[in-house]
Design a protein around this ligand. Structure first.
Ligand code: AMP
Length: 427
């Protein structure tokens, strides 16, 4: 069995790790991969967005199944291209990937499907957008419609802040094309939940629910990032809530996408806001596994993942997964200056002996010819601990994060703080 994983971040390292754990004999390629995936398979030096060369590599290496990790190649139509060549692929085509690549599209589908979400307006004209802001209640959220690496949503406490955000996107073009269309929406209070569903468009298997930490700073302060850490499972995601989310969000969304001629297959990631009144509203959809959610979700899947992905790639219903009873917490170690201008090049030391149950997933790393590991991106490593209790997993992820050294290391020591509060209060 020859599998190609497309991408080179922490998510793709975790995917390769999970595939390898299930099948010692699988032949795994990763494009472009990173020093972590190099230990599990063969890296191919091809950018994830180089559609032509990835298609050529799938041929040249006799790939049986391609799993596409990041949103960019999905939005570029890599899955369509490979399918057109008769290949098995896990991931949606370009049309389905629009759920993430265009917030304007996603909002329109949600509205048609009756999926609960924040009231919003999609705008392209600076004047109209500023007028809309002037009438909007505070707080409010201004979002670039296109792909902006998780940084295109600006939560604005005041209309004045929203004006600046609108001006920066529609006036100054700070997000380039991605910000030429903006979505302005009401602020939703509550607690966020990442629901990752594997689906062939009709059948749904939900992965263990996770919670990300979008803000850079402890206590959820500072700018939005790609994600600074995550944990799974999440106590508020009760079986009742998951059943409601399936009925109220996933099923109508999939049905509406099919009705619009964009039948969906792959991972449909619903970023949910669980309101103080237990309401479920969609913050956003993603067309792939989350990063860093994958680094806590997959370590909890003990078996059945590979089979499930194969089935969906063949168009069949996803098969059930065996999920461990434990808890996983991951802490992202980022470079100094992340997210705006991360410094590259710091040498990284990972001690051989880390706390029990800890796995270090590589994200933005590179290796010198002499073996030295270096920081080469914004988010450098994700440090996952799996343990029998949440508190142990949290403590071990934090402890291991402190033990790993590189100049300028930035990380949050409070990953999972909401779950800690719940445990302390016994709720
Ligand atoms: P998005 O790119 O849409 O996922 O937004 C990034 C982050 O901004 C989310 O994970 C939330 O923390 C926050 N956010 C986005 N939209 C809203 C909203 N309508 N109400 C409250 N928070 C939001």
């Amino acid at each position: 069995m020859r599998i190609l994983v497309v991408g080179g971040g922490g998510r793709e390292h975790a995917i390769c790790w999970a595939l390898r754990r299930e099948d010692r004999d699988a032949t795994i390629y990763c494009a472009p991969g990173n020093p972590g995936t190099a230990e599990l398979g063969t890296n191919l030096p091809i950018a994830a967005t180089d559609i032509d060369r990835i298609a050529d590599a799938a041929d040249a290496y006799g790939i049986d199944l391609t799993i596409i990790g990041p949103e960019a190649p999905l939005a570029l139509g890599l899955a369509d291209r490979l399918r057109a060549e008769g290949k098995l692929v896990f991931g949606p085509g370009r049309a389905g990937a629009q759920v993430e690549a265009s917030k304007a599209f996603s909002k329109a589908v949600m509205e048609k499907a009756g999926v609960p979400t924040a009231t919003s307006r999609t705008l392209t004209d600076l004047r109209e957008a500023l007028d809309y802001v002037a009438q909007h209640a505070e707080p409010l959220v201004v979002k670039a419609s296109g792909l902006a690496a998780g940084k295109g949503a600006i939560v604005c406490a005041t209309r004045a802040e929203a004006r600046v955000a609108v001006q920066s996107m529609l006036g100054d073009g700070v997000f380039g094309e991605a910000g030429r269309v903006v979505v302005i929406e009401e602020f939703m209070p509550g607690e966020e939940l990442s629901l990752l569903a594997i689906t062939n468009g009709t059948g749904i298997v939900i992965l263990p629910p996770a919670q990300d930490h979008k803000r850079l700073g402890e206590g959820d302060t500072g700018p939005n990032t790609g994600g600074m850490g995550a944990y799974s499972p999440v106590a508020i995601a009760t079986p009742t809530l998951l059943a409601r989310a399936t009925r109220e969000v996933l099923e109508p969304m999939l049905a509406e996408l099919a009705r619009q001629g964009a039948p969906y297959s792959g991972v449909l990631y619903a970023g949910l806001m669980i309101g103080p009144d237990d309401s479920i509203k969609v913050v956003e959809f993603n067309c792939r596994l989350g990063d860093p959610e994958t680094q806590v979700v997959l370590p909890l899947v003990m078996s059945g993942l590979t089979e499930c992905l194969w089935r969906v790639a063949r168009g069949e219903s996803p098969s059930p997964l065996a999920v461990a009873a434990g808890f996983a917490v991951t802490t992202v170690l980022a470079a100094k200056g992340y997210p705006d201008s991360p410094e590259k090049g710091a040498a990284i030391t990972i001690p051989a002996a880390l706390p029990e149950g800890v796995t270090v997933f590589h994200a933005g790393t590179s290796r010198d010819p002499d073996g030295t590991l270096r920081a080469s991106g914004g988010r450098i490593l994700t440090v996952t601990a799996v343990a029998s209790t949440f508190a142990l997993a949290q403590a071990r992820s934090r402890e291991a994060s402190a033990m790993i050294k590189f100049d300028g290391k930035v990380y949050r020591r409070d990953i999972g703080w909401r779950e800690s509060v719940r445990q302390t209060l016994g709720v």
